[in-house]
Design a protein around this ligand. Sequence first.
Ligand code: ADP
Length: 529
Amino acid sequence: MIKRNRIFLILGICAGASALALAFYAFRSARHETEFRNAETRKLLISEASILAARASDFLKTEERNLSSLLRNSDTEKSALLAIQSKSPHIRQIFMTDRAGQPLFPGKEDLFYKSFGAFFFDPVNVNNGKQENDYSTGSKHDRVRLLTQFGIALQKNNSGWIPWVNDNRLHPVLWTVSAKKPDKIIGAELELMSLLSRILQLFPQEIPPYFCLELADTQNKVIYAVNPSAKHQSPDAIVPVNQEMLPGWHIRGYVIQQYGETTIILFNVLQIASFVLVLLACGGLLIWLARRELELAGQQTSFVANVSHELKTPLTSIRMYAEMLREKKDKLSPEKQDHYLSVILSESERLSRLISNVLNFSRMEAGQKKYNWENLNLHEFLNELSILYHPGLERLGIKLTIGSCPESLQIKIDRDSLTQIMDNLISNASKYAADGKDLNISVVERDKTILVNVADRGAGIPISSRSRIFNKFYRCDNSLTAESKGSGLGLSIARGLIRDQGGDLLYSPREGGGSVFTVVIPNDEGKSN
Ligand code: ADP
């Protein structure tokens, strides 16, 4: 038994320790898992944004190639240029300059040039890189040494793309040397919105609901967004579209967090907490079982000690008085002899009660208790009981009275077990309620039951113990119990015996002080006649 308890205790402690270890491990794994998942999701998002940026860049390069070829091969007459302009949705304004970048078409006064500020007219000092004053016409100056910004661009290539920014607005310019008139440059300011509308078509129609992709311009203004719901967080991916053609434009990506970081951590913590709680509960249960087993083992050990003691005490008295009778028989007065004999008698009764209790207890525990039901006249039974217990109770100063009981009242019961029950109740009254000096046994007939009340005038059972006095090995923790020997089995056995026969044993406080133990006997056939 002790070994089993130790195992329970060790198991309980192990469960507690593993709960904590697992909690720690689970917490770390959950964190790693979340970090890993976040990193993977972010990688996926970056790749989506990069693919989109690459497709946008490819589109721009193709458009550049196509438009450039269109301009290069065009006639240089005004009508031909205007025809191209009206045909291509991506061209906002077509223009033509000489090889130094000086406007030929449209005229210098045209509104078109306003959007370009210094681009077409202000020469830059090529030698020291400084811009000089008042060169708006460019006519009074040396064109090789002083070129406009556009003129400088023309020096380097035969065609090109210039992302000119004026007043915070982007004006993409495409130019090429004319194939038909190589001393002329044909260029166009491109329609940014029309280019963008084509780029927006490149955005994937369906992306995971937890992704947001958007196109943002140089000033970080969002031009277009798919799943636009991630406003407050910083982007998880930023990929430039094409730095040469649309400088500062980029694709931004966000992983939309359905739950805030705190909520996710809370979820994890809750999961782990419930897991730990379950484990702790298991550990607690095991520890409780171990403690209960220990308690039971302690009670059983004290039961064995008590029983041995209770067996030894009456045996010693019997032996002592029997020896005295044998050795001093002739010298003892008849009264003394009678007293010695009555002690031997009551001690043997005590012994036999104890042995019966122990036997009944072990039979009931093993489920082997057998009952012999017989018809019993309750009136006669109680009278016999009174004759049997009267002398012993009288010696203790207790007056036993039997209340009215119909003479013909028949019950069907196992006689030995009823004797055992009454024996335990009367012996308890003599142990714990002798001071009350009164013990009354009465019978009440109710519907289909007969109630036998055993009422004393003792101190009664404290409220806190009432629900437990019928438990195995339970003894009230008070001075009365401390003074008298007992095993805590009497009431539990008595209740078990009567319950096995369809009845019950109940406790109630007696009016005016004391206890009433009621033996409820089933009386289905109404045997009183
Ligand atoms: P035991 O008498 O061997 O201790 P029982 O099961 O017969 O065991 O009784 C359980 C406890 O109930 C007793 O220890 C005692 O404290 C209390 N008890 C029983 N009968 C009475 C009574 N008539 N008056 C007061 N206390 C009682």
